[in-house]
Design a protein around this ligand. Structure first.
Ligand SMILES: *[C@@H]1O[C@H](CO)[C@@H](O)[C@H](O)[C@H]1NC(C)=O
Length: 343
């Protein structure tokens, strides 16, 4: 956490501080502990504040949510540790095109608010399997989608998020990995199961503030370190690792030289690593599933007070989705300039 931004000139890892040195910093530990306490407090506050005796009260936060916590929650349920690691890493390796995933979402959020949510509201459903049942009848599709969603959530999403969160706790506090996983699951379960969607939305709102403030600060330091945007674009194109040869192998320069199309979003359909037809059509299909028919996203929209609030929430999230390019991808690219040594 308390790392410096100065370029690393050492090549070995002799300079890396031992684990115990990093975690014994009282400032870092108190930040983490305060963060957990505040999340718990916000969850409890939301829980006491909403009427959870009805299904709508528990599952849809009383259908009384205003636009800004809803918009923040849409953003926070989407952005996770995977974005901070993945967007920065892909940015460092291949440039800005990966942010197209984020910008594409802004458009699909509008489709969600203007086209899909009115249909879900009219059908008076709370979950996607329920909608399939009403739309097509029978039980098979409903059960199929429920089982599929549970599988996808547990195997693909919750595991990776809990794992990366637990790794962080392990590094920061020196706890056993399984204990850290247990603590994370317990904290989340307590406020989700007892507090319902209202608790989730308000803790998400807090996470959004924390993520945005933290990554804005990181972005500021990163751009200050490389001397502004112009100098960033120039230095990125010349960011070559200092160690490019192994004991018995020579690495082809195409592997470590920044790509010529690093600053292009629409890349060559044949030779580009993120070809433009995929950016335009492929991403849109996947994003339409995620943003318009995924339970996580749709449930937040259904908690809205009325359609004006739902639309405003989606617009707000759409604007927030413009930020990861600058808050995550570009700092990742800057890390390639700053840390050219082996580490
Ligand atoms: C939704 O509620 C707000 C007040 O929170 C109100 O100003 C607005 O007119 C309502 N919109 C619709 C479509 O009913």
């Amino acid at each position: 956490m308390a790392s410096t931004l100065s370029p690393s000139t050492t090549t070995g890892n002799a300079e890396t501080p031992a684990m115990s040195e990093r975690i014994r910093n009282p400032a870092d530990i108190s930040v983490i502990v305060i963060y957990f306490l505040v999340v718990m407090a916000v969850g409890l506050w939301a829980m006491l504040r909403t009427n959870r005796n009805t299904i709508g009260g528990f599952f849809l936060a009383g259908r009384d949510m205003v636009w800004w916590p809803m918009g923040a929650s849409l953003f926070a349920s989407n952005i996770g540790s995977g974005h901070f690691v993945g967007l920065a890493g892909t940015g460092a390796a291949s440039g800005i095109a990966t942010a197209a995933f984020e910008w594409n979402a802004s458009l699909l959020l509008l489709v969600l608010a203007w086209f899909f949510v009115p249909i879900y509201i009219k059908a008076e459903v709370m979950t996607m399997p329920e909608y399939l049942k009403k739309r097509f009848g029978g039980k098979r599709l409903q059960i199929y989608l429920s089982v599929l969603s549970l599988f996808i959530f547990v195997v693909l999403r919750i595991t990776s998020d809990i794992f990366s969160g637990a790794i962080f706790i392990k590094l920061a506090l020196g706890l056993d990995l399984y204990l850290a996983i247990f603590i994370l699951l317990a904290v989340t379960a307590i406020y989700t199961i007892t507090g319902g969607l209202a608790s989730v939305i308000y803790t998400d709102t807090l996470q959004t503030f924390v993520m945005l403030i933290g990554s804005f600060i990181l972005m500021g330091f990163a751009f200050a370190e490389v001397g502004g945007y112009e100098s960033f674009t120039e230095k990125y194109m010349n960011a070559i690792p200092t160690v490019v040869e192994g004991d018995n192998l020579t690495i082809s320069p195409s592997c470590y030289t920044p790509q010529a199309d690093s600053f292009h979003i629409f890349r060559d359909a044949v030779t580009g690593d993120i070809p433009w037809p995929g950016t335009v059509f492929g991403m849109t299909i996947v994003a339409a599933w995620y943003w318009c028919s995924d339970q996580i996203i749709v449930q937040r929209c259904l908690s809205g007070k009325n359609m004006s609030h739902v639309k405003a929430a989606c617009i707000m999230c759409g604007y927030l989705k413009l930020l990861p390019m600058f808050l995550m991808v570009m700092p990742g690219m800057i890390s390639r300039i700053l840390y050219t040594g082996k580490s």
